[in-house]
Structure formats: C-alpha cells, structure tokens
Design a protein. Structure first.
Length: 555
C-alpha cells in the first residue's frame, strides 16, 4: 500500500459518488444553517429579556421588529422569552441529533454502491493487480473513510461557512463596530491557517508514509515468522528495522506538534474574537446588547474549529479515496453476463506468444498446437515461465504479442467468451470457507463423474473428520497437497472446454497420483483441450498415456 494523493480521475470518481448522497449532504448543510439561526434567535431572546428587566431600549439585537412587538405586548414577556429559549434549544437538540445520523446515512449509501463493486473487483481484477487478499479487505474497509471524506469535505465546509456568515450578519445587526471586528479576526484566522495547514499536511503525509513502512515490516515479519524462529535471526530482524520505528516516533511527534500549533492557534483566535468585540462595544452601555454579541460570535468557534480540522481529518481519508479508486475503478475487470463458450475446441494454435511479466520484462514461448487428441504438457524447471505461459493464455496476464487460433479462427484473448471457455488451476490454489464438499458443490457448473468421485473418496479418506472438516482461506484445515487435490477436482469438474492446470500434482503423495491421473485423462477423453505444466519428475509420476511434451528452459 502506497501513500498517494488523489489524481484528477480519483477526485472525479468521488464527485460522481456525491450525486448519490446529495440529499443527506443538502439536509446536513441546511440543518447546520438552521441551527445557527436558532442559536442567534435564542441569544436574541435572552438579550431581549435582559433589556426588559433593565427597562432599556430594545436595540442591538437580531430580532425582527414584528417579534419584538409581539413580545412587548405580553405582560410576562421575560417569562415568554425564557420558555421560547428553552423550546428553541430543544429544537436545536433534535436537529443536531439528526445531524449525528447523517454520517451513517451517507455510509449506508456508499456501502450499497461500493461493496458490490469491491466484491466484483476481488474476483475480476485487472491482470496487473498486485493486491493480496488481506490488502483487498483493508481497502474495502476504507469505505468508512470515504463516507467521512464526503461528509467532511462537502457538508461540513458549506455548513460551517454558512453558520459563520449567519453569526457575523447577526453581529452587524447588533453593532457595526462588533461586525467589523469579527471580520478582521476572521481575516487574521485565514492568514494564520494557510501556512500552518500546509506544514501540518506535510507532517501528516510523512507520518502516513512512516506508518506504511512499519506496516510492511510487520507483514513481512508475520510471513517470515517461521524462518526467523531462531533467536539470533529474530534479534537481527528487530535490530534491522528498529530505525524505522524511531522514524515513525519522530514523524508522529512532528505531526502532533504541527496539529497542536495549527488547532491551538486557530482556536485561540476563534475564542478571543467574541470577547474583543464585546470589549469594543461595551462602552455603548447596553449590557444586554453586548451579551447578545457575545452569544452570536461564540457560535463561530465551532464552525471555525471544524474548518481548521477539515484538512487534517481528511489527510488519511484523502489517501483512502485514491486507494479505493485504484482498486474499484482501475483494477476492475467488468463481468460480461452474456459470455458464452466457443462451440468447437478441437485444436488451439499458439503463435508468436510473448508474455509481459513487467513493463521491462517479457518471456517468449515457442509456437505450439494443443488438441483434444492429447494433453499438452509444458515441462521445465522453476523459473522457466511455465506459470506465466498458462496465466497469459487464460488472459490472467498481459501479453506483448501473440495470436491464438481455435479451430483455425483467431481468438480475442481479451474477450469474455475466451475467458468463459477456459478453466484454470493456479499454482497456489485456495479453498472457500466451508466444508470440503462445499468447495465443489457450491460451484454452479461443477459436475462429477466416477473418476472424480474415486479421487475425492481417496482424498476424504486421508482427512480426519472429513465430513465435518471446515476449511477456508485463513484456516486451511487440510495439508497443501490435499488442498491442491480438492482444487484440481473442482477444476476438472467444471464445464470449461479448455482446462489449464498449473503443476496439478506438485506436493501430492504418490498414493493419490494414480486416481488424479485417471480424472485428468477422463477430462481429455470428454473432448476437451487440456494444457498442464509440471516439473520433469512430476510429469514422470503422472504417466499420462496421450501427451504432447514440450520442454522449456529458464529464460
């Protein structure tokens, strides 16, 4: 996982998502404005009550003349003001309760849009995807950051700016001098915020990068924990990576320091503003009006604090947005619901085939012809490109050049029909969570035959409590060889007309090889094209009858 700021495409993707959550955003913004107006109204009521008790003129408060006239007609106008203030505060509490639900509302909409796409991307990622399973899950969980980002980046700023405008406008109505002072303080707030925010963001990004480095160290340590079981190696590992922990400590400290400086400085300005305005206007002698100004401007502290935290809170959310975009949009391989297998699969000609391993590395393979009359066996040592050859044929890797002809007709290897025609057994197969039979029967097109059942019975016989044995991605439940056997039988029982098997018996006991060989040969006898890779000793163990052997050397 890398620390990336969103590019233009990533930001465009977020903006497109906003159209699905416009209603909660709009209601959140309007609700914040209403809350600010209600606070102004409540503060004005209290100021009016104080004016009534002091028998002073009703000036310097942001109340319409009609409301002032209506209140003045009541004999107990002070009591009415207090009851109206309490009612107003209750309404404010109800609205703020709704505001606390807005994030959940946005999260629900985002989850409905994002989660199905993530599931789709997890099984159809582009050929250059480097995501492992745990990273994919972590990136899916970033949808919460995306929901926060949308709320904080769109709803919070508009709501906060509107609230500030309402408070300043009310202040101007109460006293022009106080209004000018509030504008000057806001200008100073902006001047201080810009440079400090830049420094805080830089420190935040460095901290995020340091966390990534230590995170990779932790993941590597878990992967190598058995190799590092010796105390001497464990101490070597800890000593090697202790500088990265110290760098993380320093990065966290600098991030916290700049955050404190930023938030503290801006908070001081926001907190001092109402009191400076009151001091400047108290000479007018209207204490009630001064209190109203104080209550008006106190309301800008919350919105200003929200704005000051905005970029800091969203530093991780901004990174999360780009990671989600990379996974869902850049790596998503759309599923064609109308894909159909090719009708005829007698011969497959492979010509000028050059697989693309990286941007700078390619592997060229000799021309070959596979047919349903025999099994094409690619034999070679580790590193010779056997897996690369099969993956590129199955459109799971990009190719530099190459042409496939199926029964003489050129095949579009990027097309959904070709992928639908190919069944693929990876070199490191996985099992889905569930029982062993779930790993076969939960696949809609899986069909059994006597050879598959014979092999399955042999595999189950070797597994203790096979009927109730639960396997999965994290909790394997079976040995590596048994896992490969189950995945092989799952692949052989699928409906694909072209079967590609990457080292199908690697790590499997000799006692199981004969029944697996029968299942493989029966798949070929069904008229399907079979292509498999193997080390030379595994090929000799298989003892297949009808084969076309191709040996390749390390590239």
């Amino acid at each position: 996982m890398t620390v990336e700021m969103p590019d233009l495409n990533g930001l465009t993707w977020v903006i497109k998502l906003v159209r699905f959550v416009w209603l909660p955003i709009a209601l959140a913004v309007v609700s914040r404005w209403i809350v600010s107006m209600l606070w102004v109204f409540a503060a004005s009521l209290l100021a009016f009550a104080m004016m009534q008790m002091g028998e002073s003129k009703h000036g310097g408060i942001a109340l319409p003349e009609s409301i002032i006239g209506w209140l003045s007609q009541h004999e107990s106008s002070v009591l009415v003001c207090f009851w109206l203030t309490i009612a107003t505060i209750i309404v404010i509490g109800i609205i703020e309760t709704f505001l606390s639900w807005v994030y959940t509302w946005i999260h629900l909409i985002i989850n409905k849009k994002i989660t199905p796409r993530v599931i789709e991307a997890s099984i159809t990622s582009a050929t250059d995807s480097k995501l492992d399973a745990s990273t994919a899950v972590q990136r899916w969980l970033l949808k919460t950051d995306l929901a926060h980002f949308i709320e904080d980046f769109f709803a919070a700023p508009l709501g906060s700016i509107g609230s500030i405008v309402i408070a300043v406008f009310a202040t101007y109505q109460a006293n022009i001098v106080a209004g000018h002072i509030s504008i000057i303080c806001l200008f100073i707030w902006v001047l201080v915020a810009i440079p400090l925010t830049i420094r805080a963001l830089m420190a935040s990004k460095r901290a995020a990068q340091s966390h990534e480095i230590v995170g990779r160290t932790i993941r590597s340590g878990i992967a190598l924990r058995f190799d590092l079981s010796r105390p001497s190696l464990s101490n070597f590992w800890l000593k090697k990576y202790s500088p990265s922990v110290q760098q993380l400590q320093q990065a966290i400290a600098k991030q916290g320091l700049w955050n404190v400086i930023l938030l503290g400085s801006l908070s001081i300005i926001a907190s001092v503003t109402p009191y400076i305005a009151v001091v400047a206007t108290v000479s007018a002698g209207n204490i009630a009006s001064s209190m109203a100004i104080l209550l008006y401007l106190i309301q800008i502290s919350g919105p200003l604090s929200a704005l000051s935290r905005l970029l800091l809170w969203n530093q991780q959310s901004i990174i999360s947005v780009q990671r989600l975009y990379n996974m869902i949009v850049k790596q998503l391989h759309p599923i064609d619901k109308e894909a159909k297998q090719f009708d005829s699969v007698s011969t497959l000609e492979i010509q000028n085939w050059v697989a693309k391993v990286t941007d700078d590395t390619t592997i060229a393979f000799p021309d070959n012809v596979a047919s349903n009359e025999s099994i094409l066996c690619i034999v070679g040592p580790s590193g010779s490109g056997k897996s690369t050859f099969l993956k590129s044929l199955a459109s799971l890797m990009d190719i530099e050049t190459g042409e496939l002809r199926l029964d003489g007709k050129i095949v579009d290897t990027n097309g959904a029909d070709w992928r639908e025609t190919c069944g693929f057994l990876p070199q490191e197969p996985e099992l889905i969570p569930g029982t062993i039979k779930d790993n076969l029967m939960d696949f809609s097109d899986w069909c059994t035959n006597k050879f598959i059942m014979n092999a399955l019975d042999r595999v189950l016989y070797a597994i203790e409590g096979a009927d109730d044995c639960v396997v999965g991605i994290d909790n394997k439940g079976v040995s590596v060889g048994q896992r490969r056997c189950i995945a092989l039988l799952r692949c052989l029982g699928c409906s694909s007309k072209i079967i590609m098997l990457d080292e199908p018996i690697a790590g499997i006991d000799d006692s199981l090889v004969d029944v697996l060989r029968d299942a493989i040969e029966y798949a070929q006898q069904q008229g399907r094209i079979l292509i498999l890779t193997a080390h030379e000793h595994d090929f000799e163990r298989l003892q297949l009858e009808k084969t076309k052997l191709v040996k390749i050397d390390p590239f």
